[in-house]
Design a protein around this ligand. Sequence first.
Ligand code: UFG
Length: 323
Amino acid sequence: MILVVGGAGYIGSHLVKDLIKKEQVIVLDNLSSGHQQAINDNAIFVHGDLKNEFEYDFLFDKYPIKAVFHFAACSLVGESVINPQKYYENNVGSTLKLLNLMIKHKIKNIIFSSTAATYGIPNCKLIDEAVPTIPVNPYGRSKLMIEQILADYAKSYDINYSILRYFNAAGADVSGEIGESHNPETHLIPIVLQHLYGIREKVNIFGTDYDTPDGTCIRDYIHVTDLVNAHITALEALLKGEIKNQIYNLGNGKGYSVKEVIQTCEMITDIKCKIKIGERRIGDPPVLVASSKKIEEELGWKAERNLEQIIKTAWRWQQNQRY
Ligand code: UFG
């Protein structure tokens, strides 16, 4: 039995859809940003908030939980600057509650969703896990704090973690049944596709004066299904005892600029995009591209889907969106 905290959210719901083929799954979610329709029908759903232990403590007595996936977090960089309290309480404080219960009930294994935002604005072209973590906003700091707490807990208690630092998660399940749905939407690919679908007036490019070939920011977009496969690979390795307390980057190793993403969306949809060039968005690093060599060498995982596949599946979801 596997507990997926935040299993109604974008990445969590995609994991549950695949994990359910191998394991029994319990989803714990407060539905603050997730969607109940996104949760696979075969999973057990518990509506509860991490900060209220009494809403989910019973799960650990009732079910033989082998491992916990922890996706539940606030993840908007800009909001984290305006309202850091929300980020430290929701992300750090609530995770402490979950970890307390894991220690109490002797649950060893946790797979934690972390982020490229832990690196801040790194001064290198390809980011590996040895690059110093100097986050530049409360969101990144809140995730790094949990990473550090996990490292300390693993030394003192019987905790075995796998930390996965995502670069830019994008795309949707190939079925078109589940996909990305944030409110408000801040991510580039869904914003461009919403515009091309006719439900958003234009696309703002946040800065064309970066030190990059076309002046726009470069990111490493990774298909959500590739992310899911990495999680399942990490789970299997944790449960077999093949890895202990490791951090892995998850990306494609290839960067695309904002303009390249927009052009690929135009090509796939065959619709022209209306663009407005705007100011830089505060806190955007010019280039973030992952080296995922470590997980490839240690666990044999590699991203298999490219930007076109990401945008094709995201476009199918946009046309078929149910929630
Ligand atoms: N962008 C635009 N216009 C938009 C939206 C985005 O030009 O309307 C640009 C951004 O400035 C950035 C790029 O497109 O250069 C990608 O932006 P996203 O918002 O899609 O993604 P981010 O790279 O900002 O954020 C991602 C994750 C965060 C994580 C961060 C790490 O979504 O959770 O990477 O830096 F913190």
